[in-house]
Design a binder for this molecule. Structure first.
Ligand SMILES: Nc1ncnc2c1ncn2[C@@H]1O[C@H](COP(=O)(O)OP(=O)(O)OP(=O)(O)O)[C@@H](O)[C@H]1O
Ligand SMILES: [Mg+2]
Length: 365
């Protein structure tokens, strides 16, 4: 199976991640997207660890619950992969057609992927002519360990579902942000007058940062094009564990405290979390700017469950010095009030960016 195959049949976005199964189905009208089906079913702790399915029975049961709760009728789903088993690279290859590149992509992947080529699914997307050498073209190469995708396929098939599209979490996030108009070049990127003033050469860039329980997905777009992607291992679970230790409470109680009484958390705990989190993010920003100094990151668009932490945007702005906005696609998607609790869905919108971006794949050309 190919990584990005058969988008047109893929209807539901299903995010199988550390804390939950999140399911989103959308329809599209002239005025924009409308929510059709939704479910967010918690997974037992450690059912999925670092994107590997550990407890397949619990995961397929949660998938069945998600289908039942959402009332979704479709069987074809889009899923996302992320983490260490996934390699995303921009490579340069001699200019050729998509058809010819298809035939030689395994050879290219073999040069660039640190795993045995027999053990990965790979795919590519042509970006365009290389800026420096017009005889070369830039291509995004994606390779993911087969066992990760195969394990997901297995739990899906046990729940009667079929993965017709396997995407990368970073691209699903980009897709969601783009489709709801939040990557609007005018609103995000450097003011032309400022660039002409000579303050900054080149232009601006924006960073999509999704902070989940264990993984931070980073996708930095330079003039609207992917310039840097990376998945880092840090997230909300680290905060939960810090609360557990300092307040001597159970994991469940610490999660509860985080979600319902954040202000009661010992300030040393939140300080340690923010400090670790901002150093993780800075590492990615530094990697990016090493090759893109003339295109500084001007905006961070924050999503994932950690984007629900009160004032996290202000905290990150203070630590990183970059304007930080919360990405909430549910503010731009129509949610029929006769079917859903609109207010509570809007509240958790930032946590649903991956399944929303996946669901939007079904409308790709
Ligand atoms: N209201 C809230 N306030 C603070 N933290 C929250 C809130 N809601 C969820 N979280 C935290 O967000 C994290 C879950 O986020 P998310 O659903 O994006 O992760 P995930 O996709 O399951 O995990 P990963 O992407 O790491 O596999 C958990 O650590 C959870 O405690
Ligand atoms: Mg996630």
């Amino acid at each position: 199976m190919k990584l990005f195959s058969r988008k047109k049949d893929a209807v539901m976005g299903v995010d199988i991640s550390a804390t939950a199964i999140k399911l989103v189905e959308l329809s599209k009208k002239k005025s924009g997207y409308v929510l059709k089906a939704f479910a967010n079913i918690p997974l037992p702790r450690d059912a999925i660890v670092e994107n590997t399915v550990i407890d397949s029975i619990a995961v397929s049961q949660a998938l069945l619950d998600a289908i039942e709760e959402s009332g979704a009728k479709t069987k074809n789903v889009s899923i996302a992969v992320s983490g260490n088993a996934l390699i995303i690279k921009v490579i340069q290859v001699p200019t050729t057609t998509e058809f010819d590149l298809e035939a030689q992509i395994m050879f290219e992947a073999d040069q660039h992927v640190p795993f045995d080529i027999e053990d990965v699914y790979s795919d590519f997307q042509i970006l365009g002519v290389n800026e420096v050498d017009p005889e070369l073209m830039d291509v995004v190469l994606v390779a993911c360990k087969r066992e990760i995708v195969d394990d997901y396929q297995l739990v899906l098939s046990e729940a009667g579902l079929n993965a017709s599209c396997v995407d990368c979490a970073v691209f699903a996030i980009e897709n969601a942000a783009e489709e709801v108009g939040l990557l609007d070049v005018d609103s995000l990127e450097l003011d032309a007058a400022e660039a002409l003033d000579g303050e900054i050469e080149g232009g601006g860039a924006s960073a999509l940062i999704n902070i989940g329980a264990n993984i931070i997905n980073v996708n930095i777009l330079r003039e609207g094009q992917m310039a840097f992607v990376r998945d880092q291992f840090y997230g909300g679970q680290n905060l939960t564990e810090l609360i557990q230790k300092t307040h001597a409470v159970s994991f469940t109680a610490a999660e509860e405290m985080k979600k319902n009484s954040f202000s009661e958390i010992d300030p040393n705990v939140t300080e340690e979390f923010y400090s670790n989190l901002s150093s993780e993010i800075s590492r990615s920003l530094d990697f990016y700017s090493a090759n893109n100094a003339e295109y500084p990151v001007q905006t961070i668009l924050l999503s994932g469950g950690c984007a629900l932490i009160p004032d996290i945007d202000v905290e990150l702005y203070q630590r990183l010095g970059i304007e930080t906005k919360i990405l909430n696609p549910f503010e731009k998607i129509e949610i029929p009030e006769q079917l859903f609790d609109v207010e509570s869905l809007r509240k958790i919108g930032p946590m649903m960016v991956v399944p929303i971006g996946l669901a939007m794949r079904s409308f790709d050309q």
